[in-house]
Design a protein around this ligand. Structure first.
Ligand SMILES: [Zn+2]
Length: 356
């Protein structure tokens, strides 16, 4: 819900995955090319790798990885594809944001072999020692997950404070349908397991907002009326951007989840404000409507400032802050009219009935 800033640390950890894929696909495009699968293909690849290792002008980083892991088998498989995968990958890379905006499409039908090869990169290769000693930093994907779960809420739902054990790395553009994006750094997002594994899974709706590029907080605000949480857009938000936000909500089932689980937090927040105001004016014999209003305003303001400090750290800050803003506009005028109509009777009694 809040933008996740792509940091130098994140770039150092998983940025090199991009260069790795470029190298592999570059090598796949080179000779030898295979058209018919034979058992000897691996030997041909191994021989080629040995040659390149001796070649001082060759600066491929993946050669040691290919020698020590199953990577060579998957390189063989990619060589059967007969597609210029490097160009396709680069095209996807350049158009990644356009893809999210539904302004560019990838219509390639990827083969099972290719999908499996990229799945291998993600599920095995990047978790392994040999890869991590050569590309990026040691155990980069684990550190990446650690870095992003530290004192952070889920960038999708903002309703879970993430912990290492209850987080996972999501492929924003699903790797099952778009395998070339399987270890594309900006496609990897650390999220809570509810959002990633139980709700989003392999789905995607386009156009859509993306946590590394968009701060959803700038586009809409929550409202809470008649016991229903809804979203409203700021007037200046374009139709396209509204669609992107709506698809984001749809993808993570946010409207339903918020209405099911977050409402009680708002009731609690309101109760807290009420209690604090009562505490402040307890024992005061006379107090004017304006003074009560000021007290409530102060309380709303203090609460707003306090919650703001924990944006992205505490759960549901976006919802709570929007609710406080709404209360400032709506509830205070109601309260003022109510108190006025009672003509200054015992205000504590009036307040209690108002807040119920
Ligand atoms: Zn989440």
């Amino acid at each position: 819900m809040y933008k996740v800033e792509w940091s130098v640390k994140m770039e150092n950890l998983i940025g090199p995955y991009h260069d790795f894929v470029v190298e592999i696909l570059h090598f796949v495009n080179e000779e030898p090319q295979f058209s018919v699968k034979t058992d000897a293909d691996i030997d041909v690849i191994v021989k080629k790798i040995k040659e390149l290792k001796k070649d001082k002008t060759c600066n491929y980083n993946f050669l040691d990885i290919a020698t020590g892991t199953n990577l060579k088998k998957y390189i063989c498989d990619l060589k059967y594809e007969g597609l210029d995968l490097l160009s396709k990958y680069n095209e996807f890379n350049i158009n990644y944001k356009k893809f999210l905006s539904a302004d560019w499409k990838d219509n390639t039908q990827y083969s099972k072999l290719l999908t499996k090869a990229f799945e291998y990169f993600y599920t095995d290769l990047i978790q392994g020692k040999i890869f991590n000693n050569t590309v990026g930093e040691s155990n980069a994907i684990r550190e990446f997950r650690e870095e992003l779960t530290l004192e952070s809420t889920c960038p999708y739902c903002d309703s879970h404070e993430m912990e290492f054990d209850s987080s996972s790395v999501d492929h924003f553009i699903p790797k099952s349908r778009y395998p070339l994006m399987a270890i594309f750094p900006k496609n990897l997002i650390v999220a809570c397991t509810a959002c990633n594994e139980r709700i989003k899974k392999e789905k995607l709706y386009l156009p859509i907002m993306h946590p590394y590029f968009d701060n959803l907080d700038d586009y809409f605000y929550f409202t809470y009326r008649n016991e229903v949480i809804e979203i409203e857009f700021y007037d200046y938000i374009s139709i396209k951007d509204r669609e992107k936000v709506k698809n984001f909500f749809k993808l993570f089932n946010l409207e339903k989840r918020y209405n099911k689980y977050a409402k009680k937090k708002l009731i609690k927040l309101k109760e807290e404000i009420r209690r604090n105001v009562i505490k402040q004016i307890k024992g005061v014999e006379t107090i004017s409507i304006n003074e009560i209003q000021s007290k409530i305003k102060e309380e709303l303001y203090d609460s707003y400032i306090n919650i703001s400090k924990y944006k992205k750290k505490d759960a549901l800050t976006k919802l709570k802050l929007d609710y406080l803003k709404q209360m400032k506009k709506e509830d205070l005028s109601d309260l003022s009219m109510y108190i006025a109509s009672e003509n200054g009777e015992n205000f504590l009694k009036i307040e209690d009935s108002f807040w119920v």
